[in-house]
Design a protein around this ligand. Structure first.
Ligand SMILES: [Zn+2]
Length: 159
């Protein structure tokens, strides 16, 4: 059974194929509002992965920042978490570039990494702030417009 749906993120029209052996007693049309196109789904997955990691390392930094004295192991953990957060800030910047179709620049990444390391308990705020600043920056890049049409070509082939 095929059913038309819209991607809940970008609004593009999709055709859902619902398996003929979909368990009886469950309404397959409940799937319709949950549909996402492949590029949106991939982007969402990437974001969840990066955020989960950032949250984990920021939690370590936050907990250890409250201690007066650190053991050698804890000191090491702080250094590892700080490096991890800097690397993840870079990944998040690339993600923002892809998701918002803006050129991903190194600008602001260092600032984000510093903010995450200094005020780790507010990691979600720093990410939202960074995303908003990318959103305000410049116009859509030609590379991302090209990537977009490529995505749509792949989508059509999926059907
Ligand atoms: Zn979509």
């Amino acid at each position: 059974m095929k059913h038309e749906a819209k991607c809940k993120i970008c609004g593009k029209v999709l055709v859902l194929t619902i398996a003929d052996d979909y368990p009886t007693g469950r309404d397959p049309l409940k799937l319709v509002p949950m549909a996402t196109c492949n590029p949106c789904f991939d982007l969402h997955e990437r974001r969840v992965k990066i955020e989960t990691q950032i949250k984990k390392f920021c939690h370590i930094l936050h907990v250890l920042a409250e201690k007066d004295q650190l053991t050698e192991t804890e000191g090491k953990a702080v250094r590892t978490a700080t490096e991890a957060v800097a690397m993840l800030a870079g990944k998040y910047s690339v993600w923002c570039g892809d998701a918002l179709r803006r050129p991903a620049t190194g600008q602001g990444v260092k600032f984000l990494a510093d903010a995450l390391a200094r005020y780790p308990e507010r990691w979600w705020f720093h990410l939202a702030d960074f995303e908003a600043s990318v959103n305000r920056s410049g116009l859509e890049s030609p590379e991302h417009q090209a990537a977009e049409s490529e995505y749509h070509r792949e989508c059509r082939e999926d059907r």
